[in-house]
Design a protein around this ligand. Sequence first.
Ligand code: 7RM
Length: 637
Amino acid sequence: MADFELTNRSKYNQNYKTSIANPEAFWGELAETNFLWKSKWNKVLEFDFLSPKIEWFKGATLNITENCIDRHLKQNGHKTAIIFEPNDPNQESEFISYIELHHRVNRFANVLKSKGVLKGDRVCIYLPMIPELAIAVLACARIGAIHSVVFAGFSATALATRIKDCDCKIVLTSDGSFRGAKTINLKAIVDEALVDCPNVSTVLVAQRIHSEITMKTNRDEWLQPLLDQASESCEAVAMDAEDPLFILYTSGSTGQPKGMVHTTAGYMVYTAYTFKTIFQYQPNDVYWCTADIGWITGHSYIVYGPLLNGATTLMFEGVPSYPDYGRFWDIVQKFKVNQFYTAPTAIRALAKQGEAFLKPYDLSSLKVIGTVGEPINEEAWHWYNTHVGQQQCPIVDTWWQTETGGILISPIPHCFSGKPTYATLPFVGIQPALMDDNGNEISDTKAEGRLCIKFPWPSIARTIWGNHERYKNTYFSAFEGYYFSGDGAKRDENGHYRITGRVDDVIIVSGHNLGTAPIEDAINEHKQVAESAIVGYPHDIKGNALYGFITLKKAVSSENHENVKKEINALISSKIGPIATLDNIQFTTGLPKTRSGKIMRRILRKIAGNDTSNLGDISTLLNPEVVQSIINQTQTK
Ligand code: 7RM
């Protein structure tokens, strides 16, 4: 029988080789020997990147929650599945065993059933980082409902768009949430969103902050009394391998977010295997990923990946700065965390506070530390390595996307190590390619180009909900026969990859992917705004900050400029969320455009980044004179 462990370089080499030479045999055996199936597949893989159509383990039936929970009960029922650490450090933590998780998921699933939720129905989950969030996700999976988790920091407008796009009839939320010293009235945001969503007939509300909320008769109900009455056993519905498990929205370069659809079996196999091998999870370890379950990182590496491995996974409700910047390290010490996974933006924010916040804590339990979400700069990498990992912990700089479901490029501890800013080598089964400007794959090892993947892996998203054409156009049309990631990358002479960032119009601010289009749409709603263009520019903490170039309809007196700026940011805040507000706003007389009317963001990016020495050829612009006028304005500011 094959040895799928990745604990040294030769095992990685061996498994990588087989996974490429014979993907079906590799994934087939891995799937068969490590998971619980109700019935076997007819074929491991069928695909065509042109349609595109991708099917893994087609014909097999299974339920992912039996793999996440039931199969651990006999041996590990009393083991802690989820540690919940509340926002307030003085409030008690919760330890949820696999047995308790089983009961709570089943109760929740029965409540959903009693509200008429059927297999294939979409359920919107708008909850903070409390146990109910993970339990709700698993409850949906138990009965074959498709969960659509919306990050509880999103505005009413963003929530409504997502509810409507996949036609959810039910929303799961809470009265509110705690975030550091703040409380947020989530239910009020839901109420506002639902004005625009007539199809939602049920809202179930978890109680978290005990705030005054209004309950709409015949629509809204408290969750807890329903859970109390529900049975703690619930049959796990047999799902086809390719039945959708969840939808998760990601911003794109047009206003409408893309509902990425992930299916059941392939997602299960890939997230479980990457979790185990990349984090080198051992049976008694405590693993902590600081992401929110509202993002793909939370789906794959707080909930599914860890639970599929029978791991103990920590969920933290709060923020890194509350009650002070030592909170993360306090938690690591308190639970003797062994694997810690966070984002460069958090690392930079913590590094800025200095080492004094780390000093009081014992971090010696840490074995592997990880980063995800954006390119990590060298300085942040070294700080993480020195002060958090104490030069003892491999750093896994994991590159992947909402669309990829799981990690595609990352160091694997004990197989090969990371080096600053490099995501290093492809995971088992992953075939990256770099493409040149003419659309051809670059064969030289040392190269730079657009990052594609040329063969399917089990957890790739299968479509965009309700818009397969957009799925094809976005990911499979730029380079025929390849999946295009939207990122650029460099490859060194050893074949190690360094991700350089997005090549499209998505800007990553503090780890949040923000499409420029929806922000511009919000700004353009201001009655004095004629036109706007948003670009990113480097920012010490956030990675990128937003710079808005805005032309006004008619001249506004300079005293009023500040007011208009405030109003613009307020608009963005209400339409998208505070994360998308602009750090810098410049009113201009025009925006540089191509002759076909496309705004040349490339030039604005250089101006925003204060790098105007080489703007390239601007003579083909419709209005080259506008460029100099914008530059002059920046210099006199
Ligand atoms: C997991 C996640 C995806 C985009 C992706 C990249 C960027 C993510 C890294 C990274 C450099 C990394 N999903 N990205 N990880 N860039 N190094 N290790 O973040 O859908 O929200 O974002 O994030 O640009 O395309 S996501």
